[in-house]
Design a protein around this ligand. Structure first.
Ligand code: 13P
Length: 251
């Protein structure tokens, strides 16, 4: 059976004091459940705080991006090896905010995916279409291209230790969630693309949904056949909400 993963993406939110309260609540309330993993992906400066708070708990942690380079004169960048030194298990790559606000290209996302794997990090590769692209009927073409660029670069074997996250841009931070049927359709399409290369790896690949997941809609989204958890933005900053979403992932 595929592993489920619920990962929080804190984005550029938090403070030492606010994080402390949130992390204490996660530590107190989240229990290990067979077949389900939890993580929080936090801003770089908080990795030390998060590792101190979560070591020995069922909650792993990670970052929200990394450099495609291993080391060198890249002012302001953070390497995968540095993330590993702070105990990161995961790193998000290709989030739509990185693509749209910071100009990350499909090729660069693929390079980041491979940089993460060189360091033993588990990349969570995000794909997703804008509202305009969906309305034009281009959803499959867009998410297919985003996924295939990484498949072509890393090979299907790169997805033995990686997760995929479908995050429709129009559902991120808007309170407008994709319907379970819309999500299932795209997830099945993505899994089928992987299956063309390797049926076994495709069946084991965790495909997460992200975009306005809340305690009130998590259960029905996670009930879909090809939905293996979620990438949670706003609700991951509220302990009650994140705990409820994590609990919704247990079968
Ligand atoms: P929201 O859950 O706030 O819509 O954000 C989703 C997201 O971008 C997670 O990466």
């Amino acid at each position: 059976m595929r592993c489920r993963l619920v990962a929080g993406n804190w984005k550029m939110h938090g403070s030492l004091a606010a994080n402390q309260a949130l992390l204490a609540a996660l530590k107190a309330r989240l229990r290990q459940v067979e077949g389900v993993s939890y993580a929080v992906c936090v801003p770089f400066p908080y990795l030390n705080q998060v590792s101190a708070a979560l070591t020995g708990t069922p909650v792993a942690w990670g970052a929200q991006t990394l450099s495609e380079h291993d080391a060198g004169a890249y002012t302001g960048e953070v390497s995968g090896a540095m993330l590993r030194e702070f105990g990161c298990r995961y790193v998000i790559v290709g989030h739509s905010e990185r693509r749209s606000l910071f100009g990350e290209t499909d090729q660069q996302v693929a390079a980041k995916f491979m940089a993460a794997q060189r360091c033993g990090l588990v990349p969570i590769l995000c794909v997703g279409e804008t509202l305009e692209q969906r309305e034009r009927g281009d959803t499959q073409e867009v998410v297919g291209r985003q996924f295939e660029t990484v498949l072509n670069a890393a090979g299907i074997a790169g997805f033995v230790s990686a997760a995929l996250a479908y995050e429709p841009v129009w559902a991120i931070g808007t309170g407008k969630t994709a319907t379970p049927a819309q999500v299932q359709e795209v997830h099945a399409f993505l899994r089928a693309l992987a299956a063309k290369r390797d049926q076994g790896i495709a069946q084991e690949l965790s495909v997460l949904y992200g975009g306005s997941v809340k305690p009130g809609n998590a259960k029905e989204l996670f009930a879909m056949a090809d939905v293996d958890g979620g990438l949670i933005g706003g609700a991951s900053l509220v302990a009650d909400d994140f705990v409820a979403i994590c609990e919704a992932a247990s079968r």
